[in-house]
Design a protein around this ligand. Sequence first.
Ligand SMILES: [Zn+2]
Length: 153
Amino acid sequence: MDLTVSPIEPAVVRALLGTDDAGHAPRFSVDHDGGSPLRCCLTLARPGERVALVGYAPVRRWAADPGPYDELGPVFVHAEPCAGPDGDGWPEAHRGVARVLRAYDGRGHIVGGRMVPAEGDPERVAGELLAEDGVVVVHVRAVVFGCFQFSVR
Ligand SMILES: [Zn+2]
């Protein structure tokens, strides 16, 4: 199965850098140690890069009827719009990391999910979830914090 990995869209990143999905101003900072997972380009911040922490609603922009699944959570993006990811394949920064893969239907309701350990094959699991009836998108999430990382179609 051909998977397409999508970051937060550039137009949405620009909007979030003004007012985030929670209605708040972004929290700008310098990532002195680096390593913040950036949802604009699916890389990790380099030491000393400026980043913004924003509230992002990962479901409402595409879902037909998310209802209570219309959640909001914190994500890091570059403090200034960047060039985005290098292609639409699985991001190198997200290999070898345990993840939760959460499956959504077209309404934006959670209809399944799987845990992928660090040594697992997240692309195979994403493909299996996307092959299930009614699944239109898979969200890749952090295991402990639960934060949205990117979407896969
Ligand atoms: Zn970026």
